[in-house]
Design a protein around this ligand. Structure first.
Ligand code: NAD
Length: 428
């Protein structure tokens, strides 16, 4: 069986089992941590614009909350599955632990395609999702945030519904809120900037100068856009960007060997991060098949679209000049492909660290909300940089000391911290 059809939750469990073995965890600890503590599945009836009623499937999964309230995104996607959400919830537990923020891991979503829904219909889905699960969410319980195809607008509708149900203002219910309505400056850029902060540290580690690097990026959404922008400001050159074409129902890779112009590319993108093919051709981009992003002659690959993108089928296509892979997306590399990447000596910045900027800034949003005092953007970014850099250095130290790859080192730190919290609470 190709790992293309690999189940993301199975993948998260395989990753965990490997570390459980290394850390010699006992049977009960393994059983406890390889599955979520709580799972909710529900139906959301929505009256559509044409007067009909449609039922949408919603989920919320809390993997572990030993280190603090659960924290995790809400994804709107037509191919959403409970196993994807289980995997994302588990990865969130490890991510919060590895960057040492006092939060647990959860995730949620709705099976729907916002491309085909009006804003009113999306608002009804958001409000319906909150009504179904409001008893089991809250600032001290589980705090949602944006993910694929959800934005600050969706978060605000969800907050408004939650506050209406509770009859009070509870801004700590959700993060990723609009600035001015409880949101933090810099949240929009945080994940992508965090990817580049980690990339900068990796380049230092390998003795590579950013000006001498080229990158190929998969995705041009919330994560990839700021990553492309900051990487270029640092002196690097992005030569190709892949995105999903909703009309053609396929992905394309847009290439410009001299380097893409970020603002120009942004002006061709829709609100879902899809790049308009015809405009790109007019503006001198080569349009290649979606998979071409992986085989470009570059030093850096940034998968920042979806999980399961670098698999045993295509890992062999990675160019011999690639030195660093920064996982902007969650779970973009399967365990089989991981082994090949490690064997080739490519420095991989694991998702647990690479895309942790979003949750770190969400944590800052909660801290600022609790104080009711909001920092300037420079202060947010400075604090984000400190957190990302210190987590990077800790992982590198463990990797060197125990002769591990970066992913295994990150996992060892994260799992050990969560196990300790569970033991300290007397759960295990
Ligand atoms: P998004 O919906 O804003 O953007 C996704 C991008 O990927 C779009 O440009 C889309 O066109 C592209 N895409 C989709 N399918 C593709 C395919 N088959 N080939 C090429 N491109 C494709 O999503 P996002 O919020 O940027 O999230 C991207 C990834 O990062 C996800 O794995 C998500 O879980 C992870 N992540 C997001 C955040 C965040 O703050 N948004 C934080 C941590 C991790």
């Amino acid at each position: 069986m190709s790992d293309r059809s690999f189940n993301p939750f199975r993948m998260a469990q395989v990753q965990f089992d490997k570390i459980a073995e290394m850390l010699e965890l006992d049977e009960a600890t393994r059983d406890f941590l390889r599955n979520p503590v709580r799972e909710y599945q529900f139906s959301i009836p929505v009256r559509m614009d044409d007067g009909s009623v449609k039922i949408f499937r919603g989920f919320r999964i809390q993997h572990n909350d030993a280190r603090g309230p659960a924290k995790g995104g809400i994804r709107f996607h037509p191919q959403e599955t409970i196993d994807t959400i289980r995997a994302l919830a588990m990865w969130m537990t490890w991510k919060c632990a590895v960057v040492n923020v006092p939060l647990g891991g959860s995730n949620g979503g709705v099976v729907c395609d916002p491309h085909n829904l009006s804003m009113r219909e999306q608002e009804q889905i958001c409000r319906g999702w909150v009504r179904q699960i409001s008893r089991d969410l809250g600032p001290q319980v589980d705090v949602p945030a944006p993910d694929v195809m959800t934005t600050s607008q969706h978060m605000l509708w969800m907050l408004d519904e939650f506050e209406s149900i509770r009859g009070q203002k509870i801004p700590g219910f959700i993060t990723g809120k609009p600035v001015g309505l409880g949101g933090s400056l810099g949240r929009k850029e945080a994940t992508g900037f965090g990817v580049v902060f980690a990339l900068r540290e990796a380049m230092k580690e390998l003795g590579i100068r950013p000006e001498s690097t080229r990158a190929s990026v998969q995705g041009f959404g919330n994560v990839a856009q700021p990553a492309v922008s900051l990487f270029q400001q640092m002196g690097g050159r992005v030569i190709s960007v892949a995105s999903w074409d909703q009309k053609d129902q396929t992905a394309y890779c847009f290439r410009k060997q001299s380097g893409v112009d970020f603002e120009n590319l942004l002006s061709m993108a829709d609100r879902f991060g899809g790049i308009q093919k015809n405009l790109a051709v007019e503006r001198g981009y080569e349009v290649l098949p979606g998979e071409a992003w992986i085989e470009q002659d570059v030093e850096i690959l940034i998968p920042a679209a979806l999980e399961n993108q670098i698999t045993s089928d295509n890992v062999g296509k990675i160019n011999k000049n690639v030195k660093i892979i920064a996982e902007g997306a969650n779970g973009p590399v399967t365990p089989e492909a991981d082994e090949v990447i490690a064997g080739r000596g490519i420095f991989l910045i694991p998702d647990l660290l690479a895309n942790a900027g979003g949750v770190i800034c969400s944590y800052f949003e909660q801290v600022q909300g609790n104080m009711n005092y909001y920092w300037e953007k420079d202060e947010v970014m400075g604090k984000l940089d400190v957190k990302m850099t210190s987590a990077f250095n800790e992982i590198v130290q463990v990797a060197k000391k125990k002769t591990l790859h970066m992913r295994d080192a990150a996992y060892c730190i994260a799992v050990a911290r969560v196990v300790q919290a569970c033991k300290d609470r007397g759960w295990l």
